[in-house]
Each structure stands twice: as structure tokens, then as C-alpha cells.
Design a protein around this ligand. Structure first.
Ligand code: OXD
Ligand code: MN
Length: 614
């Protein structure tokens, strides 16, 4: 189906974000209210405040989705892509001032400032509620208010949680349907309980001055205004699953983590489940969908989740994890058949693309795509783009929203209400120097120290200086819903609750040599590191003690088929450079100073031990 480009989107590069009042939905669509009185009265109050033209009660049905997609296209919120080449795929452009998470506008509104801690923006709840209610007053006049019930986690899982998001963005509804178990299933899970997250989102006028992403963990409440960008407005994801989730996890003795979940299956059919934390845009989705290199015949990696893990000790004393989501909200640039073939298959249908480039044949493109740059296309702003243009065609943080069921490597366990027992936890970061390819922690508290001192070079997923190194403990710096020092304490205390704790590892795929080139090929070759980790979990390989942890022996590190890879290269990857580490210790100090007031002594002692070993 050829795409007509002479339409409103080309003339007006900023696509609309809000649906106008809906045309009359057929049958019962949009009218199926739940029976839960607490839900009804909260919706009523919010509607009184926001004054929408109408309320649309989402049920998650296919019929509803078809109706809303059609409406979104008619309103210019979505553009239908070439349905022969990209069946079920749509295109969206956000406002150019609204393309990433906004950490400076993200608040944790706990009763005291200490509860939020020095790494979060804090505001007193009453003050922030008053301010936000002022902004929400009449904010949905002329708009539709969608009520989006959703379940985070598999049906019937004791770890799953219900959220309800009120939003005036049809784009949010369509994305939430991909990212969560959205619809009646959430009301069924909730029954007549009051235990649900209350999330309110209104785009207002997308003015960055009036953009606030606020969390009230003690009320299990989120209010997000002034943005339409995924990470700020798909409230199940960063807001509920991580910020509110981490707060709840502390009181309920579980962990809400910024971690992918995968299963490694050996040729003998033995399965090992691994959780891994990396800061945003460090290749988490690629790692979660890794395809082992040819030399690893018979080995298989399957995906349980690519971004978030909820983990709780099970009755057998192991740590069990679920992925609360059902889709991938992944970074498009750099995704291709070489870096992530499974993702390319996943996003070939039923996907919403945001802020990528639009080609004249109604397909999409981004920097790092398999296809050569188009001779001409529309960039993410809707302007004409050619390979001579100075700016990238796709925004560096452009995204795909795709259902996990499309993933050819989806693990059969992804929907298991019991979750999967985790054998290894990996902490990673993007570091050009200092950090070895892989090291295993000596024990749980050393592992917590490795996670707590993670640092990474910044990327485009958040507004801010891309390229700078920042401390990002457990990759949770922007996502921890309470005081980071208390979060470390919680991690340390979990050891007593987990009889058979996972082993903890630290990895770095991004170390560079003196020539500025990456020392490690990464991508599918990361399977070699994964295999060593699996072998450590099963006790099949030995390791060498170094000052920063257990290191692989070259002889036991599988390099079959890695042409020309030498012991010298391996040594360079694993090198512990004393002067680099002294600098690293000083940098770590900055974070420890900031967090000093409640910092657990174990971490201070771990630091001292490291220093003396060095
Ligand atoms: C994400 C992020 O979008 O971490 O997953 O920023
Ligand atoms: Mn993430």
C-alpha cells in the first residue's frame, strides 16, 4: 500500500498527540465499567477535576484496539505504515521538545526528604498534590479520558500488581496495550480490592515548563503531566514497575529491578536463569535476545524480559523472578540483523514506531539500520532528510513498541505465574577503561558493592550530557523510588531471606584499547561470557582470584570460533590497572559521600577491603 505523503503530517511536522473527542464507539465499546467501587469513585473524582468531554473505559479487546487505532489514524496521532511490508505497524512523532525521560522533572514525594534521599528530586506530598491538581483542573476539556486497567505480571502470579492509568493520550492507550496485560484481566485480578496503583496522566499543552512526573509511593499513586514520551507516560513501566515497585519491594521483602531476564539452555537441555542490570541504552534488549555464535551449536538463549524484573524468594529458598511487562519499548537506532536479529523479527509486525525516519514507501529507517540510508526520506521531525543532512534522520532515542509474543526467542516461562529461579545476577555498564570484561563477586555483600558502585557513560535515553560517566548503582539511579542508601540496605538484608542466593557478576562489553577500538566484539559473542557464568553457577569451571573478584582462566574461557583471539587480548580485557582503579575509587567516593548519612557500613568496609587488596 503506497503511502500518501502529501497529507497533514508533511505540512505540519509535529503530529498531534491528543485524540479529539471520539466518534461514537460502536456497541458497548468504551462503556464497560468495572464493578469495583474504589475504582469507580477514584475515576469519578478525577473526571470531576479534569473535566473530559467523555470517559472511555478500556477493556483490552481486539475490537477496541481496532477502533482506537482507526481513531488515532484519523486524528493524525498515528500514521499507517506500509501494511504489506510492515503489517499492523504504525508511526508516531512526538513533540520535538518531548523525546526522552526527564529526570530533572521527576519527583519522589515521600513525607520526608530523607525517605527520597539525595539522588532523587523530592517535594512534600501535599504541596505537590496541590500544584498538580491545579494543573489538572479542566485539563481534559475537549478531550477523551481513557481509563486503562492493566496487570503487571502473569495472570495468577503472587508477584503481579494491578494499575489503572487515566490518560488523555490515545497513543498511551495503544502502547499500554502492547506493554502490559491491559483490560478486563486487571479488574478480574483486582476483584473488589483497593490494592491498585492510581496513575493519572494528562499531556496538558506539552509545555516543558509544566512537565512533572511525580510519585507518591505511600499512596501507590503516580501523576504525570506535560509529556507524551513513553518513559514518562507509560506509567506501568518506569513509574510503577520500578519507582513505586522498589518502594513496595522494600516493605514487602522483594526486589523491583531494572533488569532483563533470560534463560540459557545447554545442549543437554539444562536451563539456567539469569537477571542482568545495565543502564539505559547499553544493549539490554540485544543481550536479552542474544543468538549464540555458530561454535555454540546446541546452546540456546531465550528471553523472559528485556527491562524489568520483579524478584522474590520462593518456598524452596531460591530467588524467583517475573517480567511484569508483555512488550519491548526498545531503542531503534543501532538495531539491525547483525546486532539483534530477534528484535528485527519482533518489530516486523504489530509495532508502533516513534521518532524514527519515514521512507517514501511507507516503511521506516534509522541510523544503524540494515538498509542503506534512503536517498531521501522524512526525518523524525517530519522534515526532508537526505544523507547529506547534518542531523540524524531518526532521533537517537527513537523507539519501537512491540509485543513480546512476536519474539522468536521468547521463553516459554515468560508467562509462568511462578516466575523463574535465578542462578546469576549480572551488573554491567559502559566503560571504556578500568572495568574487566567479567568478574565474579566473592559473596553477596561484595556483589551488592559491585552493583552499588556501577558507573556508565551516559546515553540518549535521558535528557542530559551523552558521553559523561555517571554513577548508576544497579542501573537504578533514575528509577529507585526511595533513599538509595536504604535501597542498598534492603539488598544486603535480602541475603538473609534467600537461602540459595544467586551468584553475582560484573561485566563490561565496552572496554577500549589504546587505539580507541573496542577490545571485545560484543553482541552474540557475549555468549562466551554467559557460558562462563553458567559454568560458575554449576561449579564446572575454576576461577582466578583478583583484587576485584574471581576472573576466568583463559583455558576455560570458550574462544572456539573467535578467530584470532589471543591470550594477550584476553589479558588486556581482564587487566586490573592499579592507577585506573585508584582513580575509580576516588570517583566512587563522590557517590558514597552523597549517600553517607544512611550508607550501610558493609559497603564502606567493602571499599576498604578493595583498597587494601589493590
Ligand atoms: C528505558 C530506559 O526506556 O531505561 O528502558 O530508559
Ligand atoms: Mn530501561
Amino acid at each position: 500500500m503506497p503511502l500518501v505523503l502529501g497529507n497533514a503530517q508533511t505540512q505540519n511536522p509535529i503530529m498531534k498527540n491528543a485524540a479529539s473527542a471520539l466518534r461514537n464507539p460502536p456497541g458497548n465499546l468504551g462503556r464497560r465499567r468495572p464493578s469495583n467501587e474504589k475504582v469507580l469513585s477514584w475515576i469519578e473524582q478525577t473526571a470531576e477535576l479534569c473535566e473530559p468531554d467523555q470517559i472511555f473505559w478500556c477493556d483490552g479487546s481486539d475490537e477496541e484496539n481496532a477502533f482506537l487505532v482507526e481513531q488515532a489514524v484519523a486524528d493524525g496521532v498515528l500514521l499507517k505504515l506500509n501494511q504489506e511490508k510492515l503489517p499492523g505497524c504504525y508511526y508516531h512523532r512526538s513533540n520535538p521538545n518531548d523525546v526522552a525521560r526527564v529526570e530533572q522533572c521527576t519527583f519522589i514525594c515521600t513525607p520526608t526528604e530523607d525517605e527520597a534521599g539525595p539522588t532523587n528530586n523530592w517535594a512534600p506530598p501535599a504541596e505537590m498534590y496541590a500544584k498538580l491538581h491545579g494543573m489538572l483542573e479542566g485539563s481534559m476539556r475537549g478531550r477523551t479520558m481513557f481509563v486503562v486497567p492493566y496487570l503487571m505480571g502473569p495472570k495468577g502470579s503472587p508477584l503481579s500488581k494491578v494499575g489503572i492509568e487515566i490518560t488523555d493520550s490515545i497513543y498511551v492507550v495503544l502502547n499500554m496495550r502492547i506493554m502490559t496485560r491491559m483490560g478486563r484481566i486487571a479488574y478480574e485480578h483486582l476483584a473488589d480490592s483497593d490494592d491498585f496503583n492510581r496513575g493519572t496522566h494528562s499531556m496538558l499543552d506539552l509545555n516543558p515548563e509544566r512537565r512533572f512526573i511525580c510519585h507518591f509511593p505511600q499512596d501507590n499513586t503516580i501523576i504525570s503531566v506535560g509529556s507524551g514520551y513513553g518513559g514518562n507516560v507509560l506509567l506501568g513501566k518506569k513509574c510503577l514497575a520500578l519507582r513505586i515497585g522498589s518502594y513496595l519491594g522494600r516493605t514487602q521483602h522483594w526486589l523491583a529491578e531494572h533488569m532483563l531476564l533470560l534463560c540459557v539452555e545447554s545442549p543437554k537441555g539444562e536451563k539456567t536463569y539469569v537477571a542482568a542490570a545495565f543502564p539505559s541504552a547499553c544493549g539490554k534488549t540485544n543481550f536479552a535476545m542474544l543468538i549464540p555464535p555458530p561454535a555454540f551449536e546446541g546452546w540456546k538463549v531465550t528471553t523472559i524480559g528485556d527491562d524489568i524484573a520483579w524478584m522474590k524468594p520462593g518456598p524452596d529458598g531460591r530467588l524467583y523472578a517475573i517480567n511484569p511487562e508483555t512488550g519491548y519499548f526498545g531503542v531503534a537506532p543501532g538495531t539491525n540483523r547483525k546486532t539483534n536479529p530477534n528484535a528485527m523479527d519482533t518489530i516486523s509486525r504489530n509495532t508502533i514506531y516513534t521518532n524514527v525516519a519515514l521512507k517514501h514507501d511507507g516503511t521506516v529507517w534509522w541510523e544503524g539500520h540494515d538498509d542503506a540510508p534512503p536517498a531521501e526520506c522524512l526525518d523524525w521531525r517530519g522534515n526532508k532528510w537526505t544523507p547529506d543532512s547534518k542531523e540524524p534522520a531518526a532521533h537517537p532515542n527513537s523507539r519501537f513498541t512491540a509485543p513480546m509474543r512476536n519474539n522468536p526467542a521468547l521463553a516459554e516461562e515468560a508467562d509462568d505465574p511462578r516466575g523463574v529461579p535465578i542462578s546469576a545476577i549480572i551488573f554491567g555498564g559502559r566503560r571504556a577503561t578500568t572495568m574487566p570484561l567479567v568478574a565474579q563477586a566473592f559473596n553477596w555483600s561484595h556483589g551488592v558493592f559491585l552493583g552499588a558502585t556501577m558507573g556508565s557513560e551516559m546515553t540518549a535515553a535521558a535528557v542530559g550530557g551523552a558521553g559523561q560517566v555517571r554513577r548508576d548503582p544497579m542501573a537504578m539511579l533514575p528509577f529507585c523510588g526511595y533513599n538509595m542508601s536504604m535501597y542498598f540496605r534492603h539488598w544486603l538484608s535480602m541475603r538473609k531471606r534467600i537461602k540459595h542466593p544467586p551468584l553475582i557478576f560484573k561485566v563490561n562489553w565496552f572496554r577500549k584499547g589504546a587505539d580507541g577500538k573496542f577490545l571485545w566484539p560484543g553482541y552474540g559473542e557475549n555468549m562466551r561470557v554467559l557460558k562462563w557464568i553458567v559454568d560458575r553457577c554449576s561449579g564446572h569451571v575454576a576461577a582466578e582470584e583478583t583484587s576485584v573478584g574471581w576472573s576466568p582462566l583463559f583455558e576455560q574461557f570458550d574462544t572456539r570460533g573467535l578467530d584470532g583471539f589471543t591470550r594477550e587480548q584476553f589479558d588486556e580485557l581482564q587487566k586490573i590497572d592499579r592507577s585506573e582503579w585508584m582513580r575509580e575509587l576516588l570517583l566512587q567516593d563522590e557517590l558514597f559521600f552523597k549517600l553517607y548519612e544512611f550508607l550501610p557500613k558493609e559497603l564502606v568496609f567493602q571499599r576498604e577491603l578493595l583498597m587494601s587488596r589493590l
